[in-house]
Design a protein around this ligand. Structure first.
Ligand code: A2P
Length: 331
């Protein structure tokens, strides 16, 4: 197998460090490996596959050397500036920020759902929002079978989705200290406020879920609404998803359809209190669904609960899966 040169941009961050862990676990064929971050951590050392690498400061010259793929998770403004520089040097960027996701020239990919979109990339491929990624697996399974008409998302999102700053806000506010990442203490609270408020009253996180769902499922007219909430959970996003279908469905068939989808696990047994919970899903790469039941207020409606590790499948694992698809194409 041909080995590739790979860079991780934002390697010192929460998602960046998980990129390294997932790359090691999945044993990607890497020849030369580079770790990049801001000037703050340049010069520090990171161990990868038993070898020490010195963190480089990300600059306009970082991509002068031959690099095939760069995994970016260093924030939107860093991606806005440096992803096009990398792409101009022939690097394929897999970008975890929101910067390029809705650009019509940039594919937005969940490998189990729309891997074919990778083929039209022009140097940048966007990794969807963490809350969107996990919802796409069950929704794709169900859409193919019963044709989705409308989706209502209500999320219960972990603090790790806010990076190191989010994690520290939960630790610090648990000790009674003031928050620094969010406007209110996350400890003992649910904050219906993720990312900035938009003119239409939604938050940007909610609009990301709405727009990204349409783009990934290739349906610009899909009716989607969302309420996204930060909860005092360290890791794993949980979501209540309500779906209305065009077609009639059988509840057992809906469960079997989801259970048969790649990397989607059905955990649904009331008799044993079995349903997905955050602490069980931490460290896993699969998406878990449970509490699957008919929405009796609609003709063709379904309710279910969906949990996944937002740092792994919601970010790092999804990006590494995209890199694996790219490597397969390079052979
Ligand atoms: P650094 O550690 O040097 O600040 P998180 O989301 O967990 O806070 O991580 C953010 C990641 O993005 C870190 O690796 C951080 O590096 C990196 N980063 C932030 N700003 C820049 C920048 N201007 N250039 C390169 N990397 C950046």
């Amino acid at each position: 197998m041909k080995k590739i040169n790979l860079a991780v941009v934002g390697a010192t961050g929460m998602v960046g460090r998980t990129f390294l862990k997932v790359l090691e676990e999945r044993n990607l064929p890497i020849e030369n490996f580079y770790v990049m971050a801001s000037a703050r951590s340049a010069g520090s050392t990171i161990t990868f596959m038993g070898k020490d690498y010195v963190v480089e400061e990300l600059t306009e010259n970082s991509f002068d050397k031959p690099i095939d793929i760069a995994l970016f998770s260093a924030g939107g403004s860093t991606s806005a500036k440096f992803a096009p520089i990398a792409a101009a040097h022939g690097v394929t960027v897999v970008d975890n920020s929101a910067q390029w996701r809705m650009d019509p020239n940039v594919p937005l990919v969940v490998p189990e759902v729309n891997p074919e979109d990778i083929d039209w990339n022009k140097g940048i491929i966007a990794n969807p929002n963490c809350s969107t990624i996990q919802a796409m697996l069950p929704l794709k399974a169900l859409d193919d079978k019963y044709k989705i008409k409308r989706v209502v998302y209500s999320t219960y999102q972990a603090v790790s989705g806010g990076g190191m700053g989010g994690w520290m806000d939960l630790e610090n506010t648990m000790k009674g200290e003031a928050p620094s990442k969010w406007p209110h203490p996350i400890y003992n609270n649910c904050l219906p406020h993720i990312d900035v408020f938009m003119e239409n009253g939604y938050t940007k996180e909610e609009m990301k879920m709405i727009e990204e769902t349409r783009k990934i499922l290739h349906n610009d007219n899909l009716k989607v609404t969302a309420t996204t909430v930060r909860v005092p959970v360290f890791n794993c996003h949980s979501e209540s998803i309500n779906v209305e279908f065009e077609n009639a469905f059988d509840i057992e068939d809906a469960k079997a359809t989801m259970a048969a989808f790649p990397n989607l696990v059905l955990q649904d047994d009331a008799a044993t209190n079995a349903y997905p919970i955050a602490t069980d899903c931490t460290g896993k790469d699969e998406v878990y669904v449970g509490r699957v039941r008919r929405d009796e207020s609609l003709d063709n409606g379904l309710n279910f609960w969906c949990v996944a590790d937002n740092i792994r499948k919601g970010a790092a694992t999804n990006a590494v899966q995209i890199a694996e698809l790219l490597i397969k194409k390079m052979q």
